[in-house]
Each structure stands twice: as structure tokens, then as C-alpha cells.
Write a protein that binds this ligand. Structure first.
Ligand code: NAD
Length: 288
């Protein structure tokens, strides 16, 4: 069992830290939010007063933070305070370039880094059923695997530093684009006077089937946009998709269109709704 420092105990990090405690690890956590710290203590984790406290004596540090700037700030502290041989697993969704930079800076102090973003949302985090895409060396992946197995079901080493974030960007592109198309299909059916539920049920049984259609078509037709995964976070992720595309030198027209629809959803004030609320943008564009 490992001594783990866990930084970022939000929607995702909180249940993940709880699973690590349940698996028998010693987990010392830090978050800026007091309720998040209280939840960790209730789950049997140790409270830390700072990032430095959380990582003191840790063999492994896990970060689960909102965006690039948070990861940059926290990992700078971890790298400054951490010792040779520490394994830092960043599970946040950030730009591949940022992950590579963190790994490079850490290596100068003998600290090893994996980028290990996740898919599966809050439900996946609570059920320890996340998909985890990992970038870094094969040796570090092998060392992290027993820990990651307490958090997810599909755990794949996808390549060197930054590769995990590129795979996550591809995931967010497919998810965002699929939501946009499902939204358009629902608006088309309703505007044409066809029963949307009957129509979407048929689609779900044919080649257009998808996990999103299975899980979300009924709530979208009912206009239930409780998050889930917020438009604001998907907006951040489409920025990552576009940065990754620029870095790779490719043109992704559907990514651009999806990013604009998500930006429109935010501009219309829907940033805190579930990303399936792209339906509201398509309705507005159609004058409905
Ligand atoms: P969240 O906002 O609920 O949690 C982030 C936590 O980090 C907050 O509790 C915040 O207080 C804490 N934090 C921020 N700066 C800090 C600092 N300097 N020191 C200590 N704590 C700090 O976000 P979340 O939904 O848990 O998402 C975390 C990451 O996981 C994001 O990158 C997100 O894109 C990704 N993700 C989220 C989901 C989802 O469904 N929510 C799914 C997959 C991936």
C-alpha cells in the first residue's frame, strides 16, 4: 500500500480519494474548499493544510484540478517540495503541451510524471469505473497501475508524456460532436411534427446508435439539463482540442463547429448546464 498525497477533491477527486482510502492506501488530501476537506476526513483520509503538507513523505501524488493554470501552480509546488523518485499522476484534463512541460520540469528533480486524464464523469468516479488514458513511460505506468485499478475499469497506456491528454481531447471531440448531432436530430424531428421519442428510439437501434443516444436521448427530449458535465468544462476542453490540433498541424472542421456551438451555449448563459444543453443552441438557431 502506498502513501498518497491527493490534491483537488472536487466532483471527481473526492470519490476517487475515497476509493484509494478504501483500498488501504494512506491518503493525505488538500483542497482550497473546506467542505471538500471535510468529505475526505469522513471517508478516512488525512487533512493537509497545504500542498506541501499533502505531499510530505508521499510516494505518489495525484492531482485532479480544473484547468492548466491550477495544474501548473500546484505541480510547481510539488516539484519544488518533492523528492527524488516521487511519482506524480496528474488526472486533470489539460493541454498536452502543459503535461509535457510538467514532466520535463519534474524530471530535472528526479520526479516521474504520468498524465492520466479520465472519462466517465461523476458516475464513473463514484463507481470506480473510469476510463483512464495514460501518457508517460511504460515503467511508471506499471507502477501506477495497481493504484489506477482502484479508480477505473479501462486503463490504457497510450504513449509518452502528453499522449493521455491527446486521447482525452479526441474523446471530448467525439462527445461534443455527438451531442451536437443528437440535438440537431431531435430539433429536426420535432419541427417536422414527428414523435421525437419514437424517432430517437429507432436511431438507437441502428447504425446511429451511441452511448450518448442510449443514456441521454430521453433527458434531452424532456429538456432536463442537470449536470453531469458542465458546458463550461466542455468549453475548456474544446480549447484543448483546438490547441492539440494546432500543435499536430491538422485541420479539424467539425471540432471548430462544435467549439462554436459550445461557445454559443455559454454566451447564452447555459455554462452551468449539462453539455446536452447544446440542444438549446440548436433550438435558438432554428427560431424555436
Ligand atoms: P471541480 O471544480 O469539482 O474540482 C476541482 C477541485 O480543485 C475543487 O474542489 C477546487 O477547490 C480544487 N482546487 C483548485 N485549485 C486548487 C489548488 N491550488 N489547491 C488545491 N485545490 C485546488 O472539478 P471536477 O469536475 O472534479 O474536474 C476536475 C478535472 O477532471 C477537470 O480537469 C475536468 O475537466 C476533469 N473531468 C471532469 C469530469 C466531470 O464529469 N466532472 C469528467 C472527466 C474529467
Amino acid at each position: 500500500m502506498s502513501k498518497i498525497g491527493f490534491i483537488g477533491l472536487g466532483i471527481m477527486g473526492s470519490p476517487m480519494a475515497g476509493h484509494l482510502v478504501a483500498a488501504g492506501h494512506t491518503v493525505t488530501g488538500f483542497d482550497l474548499s473546506e467542505p471538500a476537506m471535510a468529505t475526505l476526513a469522513e471517508a478516512g483520509g488525512q487533512r493537509a493544510g497545504s500542498v506541501g503538507d499533502a505531499i510530505a513523505g508521499a510516494e505518489v501524488v495525484i492531482t485532479m484540478l480544473p484547468q492548466d493554470e491550477h495544474v501548473e501552480a500546484v505541480t510547481t509546488e510539488v516539484i519544488a517540495a518533492g523528492g527524488d523518485g516521487l511519482l506524480l499522476i496528474d488526472m486533470s484534463t489539460i493541454r498536452p503541451e502543459t503535461s509535457k512541460n510538467v514532466a520535463e520540469s519534474a524530471a530535472r528533480k528526479g520526479i516521474r510524471v504520468l498524465d492520466a486524464p479520465v472519462s466517465g464523469g461523476e458516475t464513473g468516479a463514484k463507481n470506480a469505473a473510469l476510463s483512464i488514458m495514460v501518457g508517460g513511460t511504460a515503467e511508471d505506468f506499471a507502477e501506477a497501475l495497481p493504484i489506477l485499478e482502484s479508480l477505473g475499469k479501462t486503463i490504457v497506456h497510450v504513449g509518452p508524456h502528453g499522449a493521455g491528454q491527446v486521447v482525452k481531447a479526441a474523446n471530448q471531440l467525439v462527445v461534443g460532436g455527438t451531442y451536437a448531432l443528437v440535438a440537431e436530430a431531435i430539433v429536426l424531428l420535432e419541427a417536422a411534427g414527428v414523435d421525437a421519442k419514437a424517432g430517437m428510439d429507432v436511431l438507437a437501434g441502428g447504425l446511429a446508435a451511441s452511448r450518448i443516444l442510449d443514456l441521454k436521448r430521453d433527458s434531452m427530449i424532456a429538456r432536463n439539463f442537470q449536470p453531469g458535465f458542465r458546458i463550461d468544462l466542455h468549453h475548456k476542453d474544446m480549447g484543448i482540442v483546438q490547441a492539440a490540433a494546432r500543435q499536430a498541424g491538422v485541420s479539424l472542421p467539425m471540432a471548430g463547429l462544435t467549439a462554436q456551438l459550445i461557445a454559443a451555449a455559454r454566451a447564452m448563459g447555459h455554462g452551468s448546464l449539462d453539455h446536452s444543453a447544446l440542444l438549446k443552441v440548436v433550438e435558438t438557431l432554428s427560431g424555436r
